[in-house]
Design a protein around this ligand. Structure first.
Ligand SMILES: [Fe+2]
Length: 277
């Protein structure tokens, strides 16, 4: 965990949100007014989870669609963008050459448009029993040129299986980053996410829309608890399409700033996890 963030969270121990996490309105009740949108032109966000590279998964399907997502990210203030197409190590071939080819097309598009945005390769790896074999047999597609590996699980994974998977990844020399960790039922149980982080050098990524879209009361309470304890290491959009599952880090940054202060928002939305080693 970042020492800077430790100090920062210590000073914010008496965290009291000035803005509520959006909630699912019941009986016609209206959700809280959205926080004001600031000038995000200088925001310089880091998006470490997105599916903007076309032709690899259920994200962008065509070159124009990829360009639309890049435009959206740039206009929102993203300046470092990781491509993380879905990947199932040990089971399904992952076409790194195609990723690099289409990523290069994306870089050329940025150059044509004058976007000073760094585009980096990665993958969102689905944990399966076969992945533990793949860990030691091949180099997994990590985030950029780091050992951080974005990993997702079945939503119904049991706590012990998830803990074991994280342990195996760390033993194999990787730094696991759990994608949209709020999706896993076992981590919603009180104290489980905290125990996981106390036990392992693991990072937790939350989807931006978890902060910006309405959610049930139970989820809102979980989110508040995680943020209060500084357990969320990274906010990313997990963007797939411009309209359906778009980039949303700009609004999430605003919510996070008002809930937890600018230091924490900067850490979580600007690639803090990559800077601590
Ligand atoms: Fe994803």
């Amino acid at each position: 965990m970042s020492h800077g963030r430790n100090e920062m969270m210590q000073s914010e121990r008496d965290w009291a949100p000035s803005v509520e996490i959006p909630y699912a309105p019941r009986h016609g009740a209206k959700p809280p007014v959205s926080p004001p949108q600031g000038d995000q032109g200088q925001a310089h966000f880091t998006e470490m989870h997105s599916h903007f590279v076309y032709g690899l998964d259920d994200g962008a399907q065509t070159y124009p669609e990829m360009c639309g997502l890049i435009d959206q990210a740039w206009q929102m203030g993203v300046r470092t963008l990781y491509a993380t197409p879905h990947c199932v190590p040990g089971i399904k071939f992952f076409d790194r050459d195609l990723l690099e080819k289409h990523l290069q097309e994306a870089r050329l598009y940025c150059r044509e448009k004058g976007y000073d945005m760094e585009l980096l390769p990665g993958a969102e790896m689905l944990w399966t029993p076969q992945m533990s074999y793949a860990l030691n047999q091949e180099h997994l597609p990590c985030l950029g040129y780091t050992r951080f590996a974005l990993v997702e699980f079945s939503p119904s994974i049991e706590k012990n299986d998830l803990f074991m998977a994280i342990e195996l990844m760390i033993e194999a020399g990787y730094r696991p980053v759990i994608a949209h960790f709020e999706r896993y039922a076992c981590l919603l149980k009180p104290g489980t996410a905290e125990r996981l982080k106390r036990k392992y050098a693991v990072k937790l990524q939350m989807n931006a829309e978890t902060l910006t879209l309405p959610s049930p009361l139970m989820m809102r309470l979980c989110i508040k608890g995680w943020l209060k304890k500084g357990l969320v290491d990274c906010i990313s959009s997990d963007a797939h399409h411009v309209q359906d599952r778009p980039f949303a880090i700009g609004k999430a940054y605003e919510v996070l700033t008002q809930c937890c202060g600018q230091n924490y928002a900067d850490f979580a939305a600007k690639g803090g996890i990559f800077q601590e080693d």
